[in-house]
Design a binder for this molecule. Structure first.
Ligand code: CUA
Length: 191
């Protein structure tokens, strides 16, 4: 009788091999590690996904709208936005000058092929896909040059596809802006 009970008990308890138990524990631990890593990256380290900020028509995107005149504008004190065109094999604009501490929101798109947009020493690294807008925001806290490159092979001129963020001191930025406005006044007078 007791033999039957023991047999029945064994039948009802799930027999799990010790190795299998260890692998199950390991899987749970790994899930927790990944969860913590993603949470820290997203909320503490500021990692972000490039926003899919709407769709555009790649055939006309450089003819009308903000990408027809790519460049930087100051939208509020210390806040900038830039419309960037990645096109074989160049970036427009090729140089972006900002004062240190500037927060910039980038809107990057491509009228032709798939390109990449990676800025050295920052967490900006996105794909640029025709018809889509890659949006990201970054604050430059250090003076220096931060080159941006295309990191998706896009043909013969791929290696020549780059540009530079020039982050300058507030004083240098003001001086440059003053110089630019006199330059444009002069050229207006010339015309
Ligand atoms: Cu564009 Cu490589």
């Amino acid at each position: 009788m007791s033999d039957e009970v023991a047999e029945l008990e064994e039948h009802l308890t799930m027999g799990i091999d010790p190795w299998e138990k260890n692998w199950m524990r390991f899987s749970v631990v790994m899930l927790l590690v990944f969860f913590v890593a993603v949470t820290v990256a997203g909320f503490a380290a500021g990692y972000q996904l490039p926003g899919d900020d709407g769709k555009v028509d790649p055939r006309t995107v450089t003819e009308e709208g903000p990408w027809s005149e790519p460049g930087v504008t100051e939208i509020a004190d210390g806040k900038f936005e830039a419309y960037v065109v990645a096109q074989a094999w160049n970036f427009a604009p090729r140089e972006i000058v900002l004062p240190v501490g500037a927060e910039i929101t980038l809107y990057v798109t491509s009228p032709d092929l798939q390109h990449g947009f990676k800025v050295t020493d920052t967490n900006i690294n996105v794909m640029v896909v025709p018809g889509q807008v890659s949006k990201m925001t970054f604050t430059f806290d250090e003076v220096g040059e931060f080159p941006y490159i295309c990191h998706e092979y896009c043909g013969q001129g791929h290696a020549a596809m780059f540009g530079t963020f020039k982050i300058v001191s507030e004083a240098d930025y003001e001086a440059q802006a003053a110089e630019d406005s006199t330059d444009s006044e002069e050229s207006e007078n010339d015309a």
